[in-house]
Write a new protein. Sequence first.
Length: 294
Amino acid sequence: MADITLAVNEGNMNETTWILDSGSSRHLVNDASWLEDAEAHVDSCVQPNGDPLNISMMGTITLRVKACGKEQTVRLVDVYYAANVVHNIISYSKMDRKGYVLAERGGRRVLAAQDGGRVAFDVDLQRTVLVVHASDVKIRAAPSQVIMAVLDSEVTEPAEKSNNVQRGTLEHFHKRLVHLNYDFVEKLARDPSSGIELTDHRRVNCLTCAQGKQARNNRSKKDTGEHSPIDRVGGVICSDLKGPMTPRDRLNNRYMINFVGHYSNYCRVFLTRTKDVYATAVYTKATGTGCGAV
């Protein structure tokens, strides 16, 4: 990403603490005056405690942060304003999609480009919570000595090729990567930053994988139970209920319903808010009156 030089109005430089939240899908701010290019945007989402969060505006925001101890300015786009959000939030998942991940540089915890390039900002740990110390900045749109790290687009530049490239056949990396699927090994090798280069793409039959896919141990063809619930040997479907879980997830679910088909080894897990849904799900599975979804 290219650096952009901007002038900064130092009038509003009150430092605030932002939470770097891996559970949030949006950047959130509780002060509408910080938004630039603000526009109306009516929406809502669910907070971790189950309460609704009403969104009324969205825009961009410019923050002065420290990167490896040095001040620089970053711009976040698609920042949503919600009056009742308790903490300002930087969405880690959005940053990850733009190619920025947690890393360590010079003994500091930072959010940096995945390809080893630019550092966006320093990250601190306070009471097991990742936080970013930042100050709201108002742009005056004239040149100055402030470096701008623009985080408003997906990383589209090709990743730099690793200097430490390991070469080998498809079969070699298949075995070295714990018998990883051939397709995935080739997909991995196509990424220049992976440090893998295939010298041969032949898909040799792997004895270990073949043995692992062989039929399971023979079962008795006779029903040893006097009151068998089903005619097909091994065809029993078991279920279980787990919970309550603390804390609730973002959709307010607290219970997990598990179904296991012992004939096919098929397993499915459903999330639910209340315990009574379990009885309905079991009845649906037992009678075949529905798809069994919760």
